[in-house]
Design a protein around this ligand. Sequence first.
Ligand SMILES: O=C(O)C(=O)C[C@]1(C(=O)O)C=C[C@@H](O)C=C1
Length: 622
Amino acid sequence: MKLILDTQITPDQESGVQTLLERDGCISCTITDAGQKVIGIVKKGSRKPEDYLGVPGIVQVLPVSTSHKLVSREFKTQDTRVAINNVVVGGDRIVVIAGPCAVESLDQAMTIAKQVKRYGAVLFRGGAYKPRSSPYSFQGLEEEGLKILARVREETGLGVVTEMTSPSQADLMEQYVDVVQIGARNMQNFELLKCVGKMKKPVVLKRGLAATIQEWLMSAEYIAAGGNTDIILCERGIRTFEPYTRNTLDLSAIPVLKKLTHLPIVIDPSHATGIREKVSPMARAAVAAGADALMIEVHHDPDNALSDGPQSLYPEQFGRLMRDIYTIAPVVGKQLDFDYLKKSELIHDLDENAVKTAAFIGEFGAYSHKAALAYFGDDITPVPMKGFKEIFAAVAAGRAEYGVIPLENSLSGSIHENFDLLQEYDLKIIGEITIRIQHALIAHKGAVKDNIKQVLAPPPALTQCSNYLDQYPWMERIPVAATSQAVKQVKDSNDAGFAAIASTMAAKMFDMQILDESIEDDPRNYTRFAVIAKEYKGRKKVAKTSVIFSTGNKPGALFEVMKIFSKYDVNLVKLESRPIHGKPWEYMFYADLEADIEKNELAPMRGLLEEKTETFRVLGRY
Ligand SMILES: O=C(O)C(=O)C[C@]1(C(=O)O)C=C[C@@H](O)C=C1
């Protein structure tokens, strides 16, 4: 059973509820879910559920029917995000944990940590206490191994994950590591589960070799019941009759768990398959199936590894896998972020009082909101704005640290207004992010397509769905600023004759009905967003430079500029022309170059560009 508290509950009423529960002999846990305070009763007292309804401060009493309570989706509807230093497991960004099976020496751990970090891993794994099938196999460096892990964290900034095999190791774990892992063989070691339930470290709970999903969730419940809800479930393969792989990776556990629990899920394809060449295909499949994180074994010298060498990837193989995941993740609405740690460090380094906000267009639930979350994760607060100009003005005035603006879409083309605003404001592009756009037709509950008179959406979204809309000629297309704003307007109208085009996330946020999903004309519908700020902060590897320039209206002027890029072998990935305000038929050109224009060897190119153009400005290096 769960009790939903009034959003206006007073502190006195709340402590009255707690005293009542204690008096009734209940065991309970309070959380915030979807903006509401909820008390989960895990052990019922003498009172019947309906008797709580008259208690001041309690607005609703709902049953939790599953045997797992605190970790169930019925108890908490929103996904849990487990924060490990600056890394969040369970958000829009895919988290990759990588490292050797066992810590063998400082040199080995440090070498691998630096390599996996370079390829985009954000947490380091390595065993110090190794539960092995044979008592004669390497058992781990124990406390020495934990000290090495702490050194790795100090030098690389990667949070460290290691297995805990006995409650007696709790103090050492608290001292040296960031995440404790409960291994498959210990999934039902209840004393160990109770112990980590009281610890102040996130826990990776591996599924037992022959455990059902229900048994696994009950083990998670043990940890949560102790007070620690920072749990990440790890599928690492189950024992079946199939000998071709070490275990059978149960990827169907992902959608099953997503329904049953709010906890994030990490997939360990290394232990599941036990064979190097099978690891990457299963890792790719795990991301496609909706995993929040991956745990991959990597070793720089697997032939001489002290444990699990045959399933460890070579660092270069790991690098290739990361590139594949980078491409797959947006298809399922997630993001692998190669700059994850740098961005988080930068934001956390900012002065405590600095604004840490990212302005975006529309209401919450807009694609721009999603892009802001995908780029910054939970490090920043997204702030909705009415229009693009307001975003630029807020960033220029320092009211928002960053702005996230769409620049172009693979189906509908460029968002010209933003190119013009880049020209107008003296701001910098500091990053970019591309997300997949999947539209839905959204209306009031009970609405039917035959009666929809008007469809509200921003012009790019209307273009992206034009074939779909052509099927319903009676629906008038009404342009608005953003998709989520369209949903809000439809909602506020209380009229079943209006519909909006927006994401399913927006439909859920506004509690509206989805009439049709995936209505974009082509599933390869991606929008590229730029992240703008007043200035660059921190140092980053620069892959792209955006520039704007004007050439004057004379024959061959643009050709002269293009020749310069060609001479220096610089690839142009975008060229857009925009009219110059107040100068009819004269144009500014916006270009994206696959190069860092500030590199020493490109200094002559920049000199030539400045000479051959009338105006030249670097908009951003990122
Ligand atoms: O309307 C939103 O949700 C936005 O974030 C804006 C916007 C855009 O203007 O391009 C962003 C992505 C989609 O292409 C459709 C709409």
